[in-house]
Design a protein around this ligand. Structure first.
Ligand SMILES: [Zn+2]
Length: 161
């Protein structure tokens, strides 16, 4: 079972009304260019993960891909989440559920714990992604594995800590 399925299941079990989140502003196109990027870089979205969301070939490392995927969760950019996922594990059928889940939670921040220099085709990033779900603070703590596919980095799988 993927981490999404588990998280989505938890979401369903909670059966609470989805509420607006304080990061909703960042989800509107008008604000995307000026707000600080959700990945924590202290740069604007436009010059940070926005660059990668427009063109995934610009991603130079597993760390950049990791951060851009976190920001895509915050923005509920499901197209990018699928595109940046290795085809062998891409959760295409779960896309609607992932979309509903990420819109229902409030993302609080990303902490990079470890990002080793990748080999030519494989790299690992350990991170903590914090979020509020139904008023409860939760964290995804994972070491993700990244593989190159179609000349760009993709997320393939991860081990939860
Ligand atoms: Zn960013």
């Amino acid at each position: 079972m993927s981490k999404f399925s588990k998280l989505i299941q938890k979401q369903k079990e909670a059966k609470q009304t989805k509420k607006d989140h304080f990061n909703l502003e960042a989800k509107t196109n008008a604000n995307r260019d000026v707000v600080l990027c959700a990945c924590g870089s202290q740069k604007s979205y436009k010059v940070c993960c926005g660059v990668f969301h427009k063109d995934i070939l610009k991603v130079q490392s597993p760390l950049e891909l990791m951060k851009s995927r976190y920001t895509a969760y915050v923005l509920a950019d499901i197209d990018y989440l699928l595109k940046s996922h290795h085809s062998s594990t891409r959760p295409t059928k779960e896309a609607d559920e992932i979309s509903a889940w990420t819109k229902a939670v409030t993302w609080l921040g990303l902490e990079i714990i470890k990002a080793e220099a990748p080999t030519t085709n494989e790299g690992f990033v350990t991170f903590m992604a914090h979020f509020l779900e139904n008023g409860t603070k939760n964290t995804i703590h994972e070491t993700s594995r990244f593989i190159k596919e179609n000349n760009h980095w993709t997320y393939i799988d991860g081990v939860h800590s």
